[in-house]
Design a protein around this ligand. Structure first.
Ligand SMILES: Nc1ncnc2c1ncn2[C@@H]1O[C@H](COP(=O)(O)OP(=O)(O)OP(=O)(O)O)[C@@H](O)[C@H]1O
Ligand SMILES: [Mg+2]
Length: 151
């Protein structure tokens, strides 16, 4: 897993593989924020995260639902994944507080939460998180950069 450096991802499978590597490093309570423009590959990366974490699929683009819960599969670390599409959330100080209002079945301190966000919004988030920024180059190659942000 490469931190703090740009990684070139030519194909969707590369983006998923990047997500899978990250997924293997995540622990219960971790928040992953995926930032980048439409079609940058945020959902593709979450698909890889789910594989790395060994949770049930399928990972899709939530159109109406804001959060989907993916249960752990046997043989994995037993940590559920909550996949949030935050385009509708706008700018918030705390993802946890926003999700509390949704009254999910999953205890977020026992889960990994992955939030897809529009460009720029996530960068102002105060709480501790892993930020994955994805951009789409003119030649269509995606470039990802993962960093740990916060206190
Ligand atoms: N290297 C790549 N990585 C990821 N996706 C790629 C790549 N190359 C092409 N694609 C295509 O780009 C699209 C990315 O879609 P995806 O839904 O993952 O993006 P997104 O950032 O979640 O978009 P949205 O903002 O709508 O949520 C897919 O159609 C995928 O096939
Ligand atoms: Mg998406």
């Amino acid at each position: 897993m490469t931190w703090d450096e740009p990684v070139e991802l030519p194909e969707p499978a590369d983006t998923e593989a990047f997500g899978e590597e990250l997924g293997r490093e995540l622990r219960a309570g971790d928040l992953v924020v995926l930032s980048g423009p439409l079609g940058a590959g945020k959902t593709a990366l979450v698909r890889g995260l789910a594989r790395g974490l060994k949770v049930a699929g399928p990972i899709t683009s939530p159109t109406f639902v804001i959060a989907r819960e993916h249960r752990p599969l046997p043989g994995g670390p037993g940590v559920p994944l909550v996949h949030v599409d935050a385009y509708r959330l706008g700018a918030v100080a705390s993802v946890a507080a926003e999700l509390d209002d949704l009254d999910l079945d999953t205890d977020l301190t026992e889960a990994v939460v992955a939030v897809e966000w529009g460009e720029g919004v996530a960068e102002r988030l105060a709480e501790e998180h892993v930020l994955v920024h994805l951009e789409r180059r003119e030649d269509d190659v995606r470039v990802a950069r993962a960093e740990r942000v916060g206190p």
